[in-house]
Design a protein around this ligand. Structure first.
Ligand code: UDP
Ligand code: MG
Length: 318
């Protein structure tokens, strides 16, 4: 049997904390009763530098249910992705499998069982995927969809409509913890691990209580981070644009020369227009070239693991 840790990042979640704790304890008890997880499975709340009573409430829950509720307190607000990482890495040594879920219970806790089934069937990562986004506002729905499309265009592998509701085996978290980068976009990183994965589907609900802790500003920052952390394609676009404009300026050269020869131009126009296009193109080309090197440096400084050895069959020893 496997020991489960449910990791919950919390930022100013005093309204929902007790409700979340109760619901998740219910899930644990149910799974324990069904013999799918061990009795010492637990919930790990990560307080992400909340300014309200969140941490006091976590302490209360811990006192009331010392075997089931644990807590981690970050000294300051680090942001959802880092708070979740802190929780996963802390839980890693204490369990066999983790499930990460938001505190607001927008994600369906009832599919955790299906996640565990898939894990026990051999998957290392199980993504929670929203079936539809009925409860999201029109704005959030369309911007999110545009974001997934853009990610795809930029060559970043992500699971469509998956946020951070996800099961990860201990070894998947261990492998993930070898990624030392500062700018995290977790859902983009998990496919890099290469482990066997699967999806479970659910309907996303409204927030139980409280307000979204992801205002537009944070959402845009996350989206930009998602692209810039995984793709140097924007730099290649500059290079491509430079090449294109230089090419166009050669066509313009031919056109201008013909115009010049047929004598239909104001003096000075030909040389002026050609210089503008050609030099503009050349500058973009040069920036793009420099960018290619910067892109390479960027990839190198991340020092991501280059591969993930899953298994070795050795010879000789018995
Ligand atoms: N959260 C966090 N740190 C932050 C912002 C959010 O730990 O700086 C947590 C928050 O408490 C919640 C989860 O991240 O558990 C997702 O936030 P929220 O539900 O507000 O985002 P939304 O569902 O509106 O995108
Ligand atoms: Mg939410």
């Amino acid at each position: 049997m496997d020991k489960l840790a449910i990791v919950v990042p919390c930022y100013n979640e005093e309204e929902v904390l007790k409700i979340a704790s109760e619901a998740l304890r219910g899930v644990l008890q149910d799974l324990i009763r069904k013999g799918k997880i061990t009795e010492d499975s637990f919930i790990l709340f990560v307080n992400d530098g909340s300014r309200d009573r969140t941490w006091e409430l976590i302490q209360e829950e811990h006192r009331a249910y010392p075997r089931q509720v644990c807590g981690v307190k970050l000294a300051a607000n680090a942001g959802h992705q880092l708070a979740l990482t802190a929780g996963l890495v802390t839980a890693m040594d204490m369990c066999d499998v983790t499930v990460s879920i938001d505190a607001d219970l927008q994600d369906d806790v009832n599919v955790i069982e299906e996640m565990i089934d898939k894990f026990q069937g051999g998957c290392d990562i199980v993504y929670g995927v929203r079936r539809e986004r009925k409860t999201d506002t029109f704005f959030k729905r369309t911007t999110a969809q545009m974001f997934y499309k853009l990610m795809h265009l930029m060559g970043v592998k992500t699971i469509y409509n998956h946020a951070d509701f996800r099961l990860m085996s201990r070894r998947a978290v261990e492998e993930f913890s070898r990624y030392k980068e500062q700018n995290l976009f977790l859902r983009g990183m998990m496919p890099l691990l290469g482990y066997e994965s699967d999806n479970v589907y659910y309907d996303r609900k409204e927030r139980v209580a409280g307000e979204s802790k992801y205002p537009l500003k944070k959402m845009l920052a996350l989206a930009f981070n998602g692209i810039s952390s995984f793709s140097v394609k924007p730099i290649s676009l500059i290079l491509g644009m430079g090449l294109f404009i230089v090419f166009v300026s050669f066509i313009a050269l031919a056109y201008a020369l013909i115009s010049y020869c047929t004598g239909h131009v104001v003096p000075g126009w030909t040389s002026l227009i050609l210089s503008i296009w050609f030099l503009g193109g050349l500058q973009l080309l040069a920036i793009g070239m420099v960018g290619q090197y910067i892109g390479k440096i960027y990839i190198e400084v991340k020092q991501r693991p280059r591969y993930n050895i899953e298994e070795i069959l050795t010879c000789g020893e018995k």
